[in-house]
Design a protein. Structure first.
Length: 449
């Protein structure tokens, strides 16, 4: 598979080149030049298949003939060795639990797959590699733990000091070894700006052998397409019967209902992956981008204009992004035609008040506990399904609620048990380097080997 920059088709790359460069030379993001499109028989073979098989099949299509299926299966088995259950929460409303990995966040899928991919392509090389990532919350822990202990690889995590939850921070700030946590005195957009500046600094990029593990890196983004095919395969296998006598299997007949994927969105990587999955042949589906007060994309869909803005702090902190990088990929995928994009995508902004009320109400009505980001999605999806009775909804639940205890516990009025994966991080020593939000400061840090 060949990749091109979102800014210019003259900048092309192979998968290893795109993986290790992170950004294209012109500052654009890499996208597949041409996505593989699955046939009806290939899609049919996934019906009811388990997560591991769907992930292996999709990885095989994306990685191409340079990989044997046996090699793909081995990599997927090592990287994605945790379940991704689809839970029916109400009539026509399903929750895809993407937080069953080691750091209890959906980003484990992309980060662990990318780490194995990186290790595969670096076998036999002696030169060190620096993985630079900016995080608004869950990316830092997922990337740090995915690359932890891999020989010849240094991980530098930039995070906005005081703007990620303490539990999220400790998932990367207590690891040590080859992981360095950097507390940027600013917001996530500052972290993202610093990372992009480092990649555009040729001396730093070469001297530090710099690559990224944010969703700006195509190696992180590609495996996120697996989610959507997995949800579709489970709905097909179960029959998706939300009402007696009605076959809700998406794509089972010309009159089969549409599936609406609701994606809690901050930097918009997960949504970009979903729209790529649709381009690969995922049938009869549309998408709902659910944001918090950082609502630049929903406003763009309404008005036709995108205006970057300083991020606003909310209770769904990982989505506090004022200028999402992956919007560039989404627009590129649709030829920068907003009318085409609107055919597949809607956007909704949800307030903190609505988010907290949703966490409380869903728990009292069903016993299910949502984290703040998934609650943003639940509010948006529930309203949309009420207005569209023939549609099935799948909410991508992005994180375990225990990671956001300071928000969820007051909303519920009770203490949440701490999962063992999280408890281990809370016991470690915090190791953090403070840094001003200036490119020169990051430059010095990256060149200090």
């Amino acid at each position: 598979m060949e990749f091109v920059s979102t800014r210019s088709p003259i900048h092309t790359a192979t998968l290893p080149e795109a993986l290790f460069r992170g950004l294209a030379p012109d500052g654009g993001l890499y996208v597949p030049q041409e996505l593989p499109v699955l046939s009806a028989s290939q899609l049919g073979s996934l019906e009811g298949a388990p997560w591991s098989r769907v992930a292996s099949e999709m990885a095989g299509h994306l990685l191409g003939p340079a990989w044997t299926q046996a090699d793909v299966d081995r990599m997927v088995a090592r990287a994605l060795d945790f379940p991704v259950p689809l839970v029916r929460l109400a009539d026509r409303l399903y929750v895809l639990e993407l937080f069953r990995g080691p750091t209890l966040a959906f980003k484990d899928v992309g980060a662990r797959f990318m780490a194995r991919l990186t290790y595969h392509y670096r076998r036999g090389q002696d030169s060190p590699l620096t993985v630079l990532t900016a995080t608004s919350g869950d990316t830092g822990g997922a990337v740090a733990q995915a690359f932890l202990g891999l020989p010849g690889i240094r991980v530098v995590v930039l995070f906005p000091d005081g703007r990620v939850t303490p539990r999220q921070e400790r998932q990367f700030s207590t690891l040590g070894e080859n992981v360095q946590a950097v507390a940027v005195q600013g917001d996530f957009d500052d972290c993202q700006r610093l990372a992009k500046a480092a990649f555009q600094d040729e001396e730093v990029r070469v001297a530090a052998a710099l690559t990224s593990a944010n969703s700006i890196n195509i190696g992180r983004l590609l495996p996120q397409t697996f989610f959507y095919f997995h949800a579709w395969a489970q709905l097909r296998g179960s029959g998706g019967k939300a009402e007696p006598g009605v076959d809700f299997r998406p794509g089972s007949s010309p009159g089969a209902p549409e599936v609406l994927f609701c994606v809690p969105s901050g930097n918009f990587g997960n949504l970009a992956a979903g729209l790529m999955a649709k381009a690969m042949g995922l049938p009869r589906c549309r998408f709902l981008a659910a944001t918090n007060a950082n609502d630049g994309v929903p406003r763009m869909l309404r008005t036709g204009h995108f205006a970057p803005a300083p991020s606003v702090q909310t209770v769904s902190t990982a989505m506090d992004v004022g200028n999402p990088s992956n919007l560039d990929r989404i627009l590129h995928l649709y030829g920068r035609d907003l009318d085409r994009l609107r055919e597949d995508l809607e956007g909704v902004s949800v307030s903190d008040k609505e988010t907290l009320a949703c966490i409380r109400r869903v728990f009292h009505e069903t016993g299910y506990v949502l984290d703040p980001h998934s609650a943003v999605g639940f509010v948006a999806l529930e309203a949309e399904l009420a207005a569209r009775p023939g549609v099935m909804g799948v909410l991508l639940a992005t994180a375990h609620p225990a990671k956001f205890a300071e928000v969820v516990e007051p909303a519920l009025g009770q203490v949440l048990p701490i999962p063992p994966e999280l408890a281990r991080c809370l016991e470690g020593e915090r190791r953090v380097v403070p840094m001003d939000p200036e490119p020169a400061a990051l430059r010095r840090l990256l060149l200090a080997v």
